[in-house]
Design a protein around this ligand. Sequence first.
Ligand SMILES: N[C@@H](CCC(=O)N[C@@H](CS)C(=O)NCC(=O)O)C(=O)O
Length: 230
Amino acid sequence: MADVEIVGAKISPFVEKVVRAAEYKKIAFTHRDPTSFGEMAKLNPVTRKMPVAIFGDVMVYDSTFILREFEELAPDPPLLAADAQVAAAQRQLEDWSDEALYWYLMALRWAPENEARTVEQVAVYAPRAMRPFAAPIFRRVIARTTKAQGLGRLPYPVLVREVGERLDDLVLLLAQRSFFYASHPGVADFALFGQFKAGCSGPTPDFEQLVSERPTLADWMKRVEDAARG
Ligand SMILES: N[C@@H](CCC(=O)N[C@@H](CS)C(=O)NCC(=O)O)C(=O)O
């Protein structure tokens, strides 16, 4: 079978999730950034979001659907525990990470305190001629979504406090285990790892600080990275 092709900017937490899961499962894949702003919409007219994974002539969108496809393609090592209740908890945490934690991080990234660093990070994906206008365009198009979602309207210190409390919850959920709910990494670990990696990629120093204050989570990140490396 031809290599799976994963398309999406590596700074996306969802691309990171899919790439690390593929590595862990030793699925042969290639990864590339989109060639243009419009390419994702062309490849994935359904949600227009990254990543997509191309399996021969089949395109799969959404990081969660892609991980389920990986599970079909290469059942071993599994990304979901054999115990149905544990697997349910793993899926729930994956979903919370994708659908809620992502928005906490987006709100942090696009808060006035971090916006300049965020623009600098994402501007490289804009066509060269557009870069000088990147800040106002991103502010209008992306920052607006965090306000509509609600978290982007919280005062910054409240937002940081809330993120810290969610991280405290994760410390409690991880408890004494190596990975979330299991002794092997699963869908929740890769989903969370993608978000953490994006949160620690420069524009949100407060998130990096919150993680470094919780060595349980910093150590867990290292374990996920090591497991993916094999
Ligand atoms: N639920 C989707 C979320 C994907 C997503 O939100 N991707 C963002 C990048 S981090 C994106 O493509 N945004 C562009 C847009 O919204 O047009 C998944 O898990 O793949």
